[in-house]
Design a protein around this ligand. Structure first.
Ligand SMILES: [Zn+2]
Ligand SMILES: [Zn+2]
Length: 215
């Protein structure tokens, strides 16, 4: 099946919110609606889509700012990894740290762990990749991967925010390189799409870990 993916860049952090839908259907999942819920809604309407769930890679403030409003507007459930609870609980504190006014903290309807998610037409394989945050997760749908702030084109997530850990992130990056096929399309939380093949050949943070991938 072909998965259609639309990126909507939102908010002051230029965060990538994504809409994903199977070709020929209108059911869509919303991934990491970070801000500007009206802009995301416009894109949903433009593509004539019917949102059925919001699924997040992690709960940082730049990834959850649109969740509450979209949840209410479309009457849909919000899915988040259970280890993200402390990050979600720190939302107002983190907004203050960045000098931002917090929106409503979204309520989580489904806390997930490592088991794959089945939502409507979507089978979502979860690859837990803690390190940037304690419950950071890569969401694999068909041959597409929503990596949140774990891997970017040319970089990886910062680990200096509460709950971040560099060694944990390195272990997660090795795991991702082992488990996710190199030609799958990666959709990071910021910046352009990439693939693991491409990153493994040029990402300065992944290259030093390559000796651990085949061992
Ligand atoms: Zn983040
Ligand atoms: Zn982010």
């Amino acid at each position: 099946m072909i998965l259609n993916v639309e990126r909507v860049v939102t908010g002051p952090f230029q965060e990538n919110s994504y809409l994903a839908w199977q070709d020929g259907t209108s059911s869509c999942i919303v991934i990491d609606p970070g801000d500007d819920p009206e802009k995301i809604t416009q894109s949903i309407e433009h593509h004539d889509l019917n949102p059925i769930a919001i699924v997040n890679t992690h709960a940082h403030l730049d990834h959850i700012g649109g969740v509450s409003e979209l949840k209410t507007h479309f009457n849909i459930s919000f899915y988040l990894h259970h280890q993200e609870k402390p990050v979600l609980d720190g939302y107002a504190r983190d907004c203050a740290f960045f000098g931002m006014t917090p929106k409503e903290t979204p309520e989580v309807d489904h806390w997930f762990g490592s088991e794959d998610l089945s939502i409507g037409d979507f089978e979502i394989q979860l690859v837990e990749t803690p390190g940037h945050t304690p419950g950071g997760t890569c969401l694999v749908v068909n041959n597409h991967v929503f990596t949140g702030d774990t891997i970017f084109a040319g970089s990886v997530g910062r680990t200096d925010l509460p709950g971040g850990n560099w060694n944990t992130l390195c272990n997660s990056l090795v795991k991702a390189m082992k488990e996710i096929p190199g030609d799958f399309i990666l959709h990071p939380g910021h910046g352009p799409d990439t693939t693991l093949e491409q990153e493994m050949s040029q990402n300065p943070f992944l290259i030093p870990l390559l000796n651990r991938v085949n061992s």
